[in-house]
Write a protein that binds this ligand. Sequence first.
Ligand code: ZN
Length: 87
Amino acid sequence: MNLTTLNKKYNTQFKCLTYLEQLRWGKGRKRKVTCALCGSDRITKRKGTIKYHCNKCNSDFSVLYGTIFQDTRAGIRKLNCLKVNRC
Ligand SMILES: [Zn+2]
């Protein structure tokens, strides 16, 4: 898959983040979101955001926590996350 194909397939921030979540936490029945800070699986999705809330340590985090994209102000898609992620 080349860069043009990647940009067409993951052409929105939502698609890009969904893909990153699948890489980090799995998908389907194997999907298991765990807290990026304490590892707990007592997680609640924050509606309308990309964030999750940990009910154990009371922290909010997203799939970007602990990655090179964590503090970026540019949109994840602009950084071509998929290509960087595969390096
Ligand atoms: Zn936690």
